[in-house]
Ligand binder design. Structure first.
Ligand SMILES: [Mn+2]
Length: 388
């Protein structure tokens, strides 16, 4: 019920109870004009004593009625004005619209060079290491069970993304970079005390994990061939400090890669080939582009402002003087970063005290898959996030 109606009813009620109620007083009480009161009184009088309406109240009632009509007229005019204004905006828009002619294209499947190679980069599993959630503010938790679950997620992601990429590109080969630190080893006293496996146990676990990943991809039929490019990390070493000249052959990972290669050779598996490293770098040519793969520990970074990019760019510029790479691909920093010139892989272990100490950006555990396109170069880039 509108307030106005309520007020009118209130006045009528008072007049019915006392037909001689002072009209002026009533008007003042309800903050309405005397005319309104007389108008109401006229109606009440008509009910209480038909035929006894005074000339004065008749006149005042007519005035009140006229006032109300005037008020309604003014409101209607105002509304009309607003509507006209709105309409003119639409008229202007119509004029502008006729000036814009969208250039429509015929969207047909791409017919140029569609050759492409998905490049899956795996590194930094640290499968023997344990991350207790409460030591890292609950940001991550890691143990052997979680590592195995993450590997399962990784397989699904790698196969699923490649299937999707095949819808628009001709893909028959996948490059899988195995860039080291799949195990943490006993290189520090702390790891020796806290790891869930000894280095030889870790070696066997990771050997089975990686062989499984490769076999899964082959079995999925998503690619016809896999080229595996291997690099050793800094963690799987058998020496106290990383050897420079003998880096590769003092690493459990070098042994593991050889075992993997022999495993597939013994099975007579022709669809997979291995590039075992002999130094820090392992180069791979993908669709005529030179890619320099390495673990990523040969760069110094101590959490400086500007992030890891400055030392990385400096290192790449120096290495390029010796042999120019189209792209550098490495891990070690546990942070997934894609740029034009380099790809830094994430980790399977995820955020831990190492990341906290390095002050790298927090990120969920992830590995990298990107597409090298014959015509367009490095195009699609997918993080395979393996952490729930
Ligand atoms: Mn490392």
């Amino acid at each position: 019920m509108s307030v106005e109606k309520k007020v009118k009813e209130e006045i009528a009620k008072k007049l019915k109870l006392n037909p001689t109620y002072n009209r002026t007083e009533l008007a003042r009480q309800h903050n309405v004009s005397r005319g309104t009161v007389y108008f109401i009184a006229q109606k009440v009088d008509a009910i209480l004593a038909p035929g006894k309406v005074s000339a004065e109240s008749k006149l005042l009632a007519q005035k009140a009625s006229a006032d109300e009509s005037k008020h309604l007229y003014k409101a209607a005019m105002k509304e009309l004005e607003a509507t006209q204004k709105e309409l003119s905006v639409f008229r202007d828009f119509e004029q502008v619209r006729s000036l814009i002619v969208p250039q429509m294209q015929q969207v047909t499947p791409y017919t140029g060079d569609k050759q492409a190679v998905p490049m899956l980069t795996l590194s930094d599993f640290h499968a023997d290491e344990v991350v207790e959630a409460d030591t890292i503010c609950g940001l991550n938790e890691y143990n052997l069970d979680i590592a195995r679950q993450r590997v399962a997620t990784l397989c699904k992601g790698a196969v699923g993304i490649t299937k999707m990429l095949k819808r628009e590109s001709d893909i028959d080969t996948m490059v899988v970079n195995l860039l080291g630190d799949f195990m943490s080893g006993w290189i520090h006293e702390e790891l020796q005390a806290t790891n869930c496996m000894t280095p030889p146990e870790a070696l066997l676990e990771v050997l089975n994990m990686l062989t499984g990943i490769l076999q899964n991809i082959l079995d999925s039929g998503v690619v016809k061939k896999i080229r595996v490019v291997c690099c050793v990390g800094n963690h799987a070493r058998i020496t106290k400090r990383t050897f420079f000249k003998l880096r590769v052959k003092t690493s459990y990972e070098w042994m593991m890669y050889n075992l993997m290669m022999q495993h597939f050779a013994a099975k007579g598996e022709k669809r997979i080939s291995f590039q075992i490293p002999s130094g820090y770098f392992n180069w791979v040519k993908v669709l005529d582009r030179d890619i320099r793969c390495h673990h990523g520990d040969n760069m110094r970074y101590n959490g400086g402002v500007g992030g890891i990019h400055i030392p990385v760019k400096k290192a790449i510029a120096q290495w390029n003087k010796a042999r120019k790479a189209w792209l550098d691909v490495f891990g070690h920093w546990h942070t997934l970063i894609w740029t034009e010139d380099y790809v830094i892989n994430g980790s399977l272990i995820g955020y831990n005290a190492f990341g906290e100490m390095l002050k790298v950006d927090y990120a969920k555990a992830a590995q990298s898959l990107c597409l090298i396109h014959g015509r367009y170069g490095k195009t699609a880039q997918y993080p395979i996030v393996v952490q729930d």
